[in-house]
Design a protein around this ligand. Structure first.
Ligand SMILES: C[S@@+](CC[C@H](N)C(=O)[O-])C[C@H]1O[C@@H](n2cnc3c(N)ncnc32)[C@H](O)[C@@H]1O
Length: 509
């Protein structure tokens, strides 16, 4: 496959792997609402934040939306958008790699961009996500006014859409509701109690002997298909429609055969690649949304409208699904996601994480009524936790740092051995079973002994009080991480145990 080459690409392709795992530290005074929430607002560089999320969230995100700096050579009030071209590519590459790891098998990623980097981004997306994962480059009419000082005035942004497994995604992708305009095709001239309907012609292209039967209209006129055409289905199927009272021959009752199709039975429409501003919002609308939230003088320069996010979230997710935006800006994705009862992880580097995103989400939880609120009947509620990047978990030589919590180490051990994220609801030395192997961690007095080394050593006594192998208590394979083992090699073999020593057998990368 042809791939894109640029200065220092070799460094870019190892950046994600070499990036240190950091802890995410909660900031209680900036968190808000219900504390038992999975919603996360993270302030920090998204390279490190995404890496920090890998052990806990790999393969769990249903929808990723990102609106990265477009590299327009501008200096916006809240961030710079002026990277040298290869630096921009080197910035994006490792972040896209991490996003790929975080995306669920049935998940999709949506990236807004303009002509400055769109085509280059498409090629690196093909490299990282695979050409087979490409779904579409959607054309969103971001502007309806014209700029007279441009050669060609910009009217759209591109939204590159990839699905990790397109066939799987197709089964979960939602259709769009019909707009008022589309529903206008349905009328009710005869006051049909089933409501508005439209007539679907019964004839179809082609000539087929068995589909050319006569049809008698209510006025007694006998009709055959028009020249060069046939009926669309068999006579039995036509008679079924007649029995159900769905046959229609025009007002006079002697016209071409058709049947009634009701608005109440019509399914939604398949999304297409053209998203006009009337349906998906525009950038002026986005600015007005922010003026309402923060006043004109304190607004953020390049927001997206909540309606654009609503459309993407509607197509790609259902209530309760996890959404991720790692270039959060003013917080639009988090706001729309929260109002639509999805969960979110939202990352922003700048100080506006605190001056804009956090207060915006506080207002949302308090029932703010701008943007899509009225459309989705938003009444307020829920909560989010605010985080900043904390200490690195492993030293430069890859070994474990002192004082790391049980949960952080458990997630890392689980991820480095299984390449899936840990879903442990209650703290236990038994982390879970993967491919028939049960994983245990003896660390930080998990067995109740709070002395520094208490319970961190594998002995016969400790083994006796560990939870059983959940699926094969007799002879299931166990991998046990601990500080040291006092059990000999023969006994370990007999018990079908592989012992791994902390910190030496815990991989930092
Ligand atoms: C185009 S704006 C996103 C606007 C957003 N969609 C909205 O509706 O407000 C891009 C954002 O990405 C942020 N950003 C740039 N580099 C980043 C990084 N390495 N980590 C996290 N955020 C970053 C910028 O600070 C900026 O706020």
């Amino acid at each position: 496959m042809p791939i894109l080459q640029w200065l220092n690409k070799e460094e870019a392709v190892v950046t994600a792997r070499n990036c240190s795992y950091r802890l995410l530290e909660q900031v209680p005074e900036l968190s808000y609402g219900e504390p038992n929430t999975e919603n996360m607002l993270i302030q920090g560089d998204n390279l490190e934040a995404l890496k920090a999320l890998i052990p806990t969230h790999a393969g769990r995100v249903k929808c990723i939306f990102i609106d990265p700096p477009y590299n327009t050579k501008s200096a916006f009030e809240h961030y710079d958008d002026n990277l040298e071209h290869s630096k921009w590519l080197s910035m994006m590459y490792p972040r896209l790699e991490l996003l790929h790891q975080l995306l669920a098998e049935e998940g999709s990623i949506w990236i807004t961009i303009d002509d400055n980097e769109s085509h280059y981004l498409k090629v690196i997306m093909d490299e990282i996500f695979g050409r087979k994962s490409f779904i579409s480059s959607i054309c969103w009419q971001s502007r309806y006014s014209r700029s007279n000082d441009s050669n060609i005035s910009l009217s759209h942004n591109t939204i590159h859409l990839y699905a990790k497994q397109p066939e799987l995604w197709k089964t979960i992708r939602n259709r769009l509701p019909r707009t008022g305009e589309q529903a206008k095709q349905y009328k009710n001239p005869d006051n049909d109690p089933n409501g508005p309907w439209r007539a679907i012609p019964w004839d179809a292209p082609n000539l087929r002997e068995n589909l050319s039967y006569p049809i008698t209209t209510p006025t007694g006129k006998v009709r055959f298909p028009p020249a060069g055409r046939c009926w669309s289905r068999t006579e039995e199927q036509w008679l079924e429609l007649v029995d159900k009272g769905l046959a229609y021959f025009g007002k006079a009752g002697s016209g071409a055969p058709s049947f009634k199709s009701y608005l109440k039975d019509a399914s939604g429409i398949v999304p297409n690649t053209w998203w006009p501003h009337e349906e998906a919002g525009h950038t002026d609308e986005a600015k007005k949304e922010l003026h309402l939230l923060f006043g004109k003088d304190n607004a953020f320069g390049t927001p997206k409208p909540e309606r654009l996010m609503q459309r993407i979230l509607h197509i790609a997710t259902n209530e309760g699904d996890l959404v991720l935006d790692s270039f959060l800006g003013s917080g639009t994705t988090a706001a729309a996601t929260h109002k639509m009862n999805r969960k979110y992880i939202a990352i922003e580097l700048g100080e506006h994480a605190v001056t804009h995103c956090q207060p915006r989400m506080v207002k949302v939880i308090d029932g703010e009524q701008g943007g899509i609120s009225k459309g989705v009947n938003w009444q307020g509620g829920g909560g989010f936790n605010f985080y900043r990047l904390g200490e690195v978990i492993f030293n430069e030589n890859g070994s474990l740092k002192e004082g790391i919590s049980f949960n952080a180490l458990a997630s890392h051990i689980w991820y480095s051995d299984t390449k899936t994220s840990l879903e442990q609801t209650e703290k236990s030395p038994l982390l879970g079973v993967h491919n028939g192997v049960a994983y245990y961690l003896l660390y930080n007095g998990i067995l109740g002994d709070k002395r520094p080394d208490g319970g961190n050593v594998l002995t016969s006594k400790v083994l006796a009080i560990l939870p059983e192998h959940p699926t094969d208590p007799e002879n299931g394979k166990k991998v046990i991480f601990g500080e040291t083992s006092r059990m000999g090699a023969a006994r370990l073999k007999k018990e079908n145990i592989v012992f791994k020593q902390i910190p030496y057998d815990v991989k930092g990368r």
